[in-house]
Design a protein around this ligand. Structure first.
Ligand SMILES: Cc1cc2nc3c(=O)[nH]c(=O)nc-3n(C[C@H](O)[C@H](O)[C@H](O)COP(=O)(O)O)c2cc1C
Length: 197
């Protein structure tokens, strides 16, 4: 790598991005100042109409386990026949990484000018930018959803309003392993040219 070429360095960093599974994320998580550095980077997303259609919710410490207990209870209510293995998975869902940032999409229903899908795309971009910032600062991260992201009772428990959705649960911590690379799509195979008919 030619480290005197800043463009090359930036692309190398972008191309090195990969998720670290939540189960492989240990303490320490980012401290307050480091988290704010990450978020400052994450909010630099394209945003049609400058709506800022997102906010952040931080889940750390014993609140992760408490949320897990509530998830397990809700899971059992949804499916009384659920097995102990699935319940345990829900109980520990938020307890692996030391920090989970919920990127909340804030979708004003009265906004008739900027299509909702564009505002949701902005919130999704925040998730991706946060993954990149976490990795750039030496942490590992994973963007997860799962049923809790779509369950009305869990969303209410998290304090989301009726006009809000979970764009992503971003689990952040110190990687216990070097996450294996996975096969990536071949962009050349995805690229076509449009020609005027
Ligand atoms: C909106 C969204 C939700 C996701 N939810 C999950 C999930 O709940 N569980 C999961 O295993 N992966 C989920 N993923 C995929 C992982 O974040 C990740 O992309 C995948 O493990 C591949 O790793 P990579 O990011 O290194 O390509 C989700 C991805 C997106 C974009």
């Amino acid at each position: 790598m030619n480290s005197s070429n800043p463009e090359h360095d930036a692309l190398s960093l972008l191309n090195a991005r990969r998720s670290v599974p939540a189960k492989q994320l240990d303490a320490p998580g980012p401290d307050e100042a480091t988290l704010l550095r990450m978020l400052r980077s994450a909010v630099r997303v394209p945003d049609h109409g400058k709506r800022v259609p997102f906010r952040f919710l931080r889940i750390t410490g014993s609140d992760r386990d408490a949320l897990g207990e509530r998830l397990a209870a809700r899971s059992q209510a949804r499916d009384p026949d659920i097995g102990e293995g699935a319940l345990d998975k829900d109980r520990r869902r938020f307890s692996h990484a030391p920090m989970v940032i919920v990127v909340v999409a804030v979708l004003d229903p009265d906004d008739t000018k900027i299509p909702e899908v564009e505002r949701l795309l902005t919130a999704g971009s925040v998730c991706f930018a946060l993954l990149q910032a976490a990795q750039a600062l030496g942490f590992g991260a994973s963007w997860l959803s799962g049923w809790p992201a779509y369950d009305a009772e869990i969303l209410a428990l998290l304090g989301l309003g009726g006009n809000e959705r979970v764009a992503g649960f971003i689990h952040i911590g110190t990687p216990r392993i070097e996450a294996p690379e996975r096969e990536r799509p071949d962009p050349a195979a995805l690229l076509t040219d449009w020609h005027a008919p």
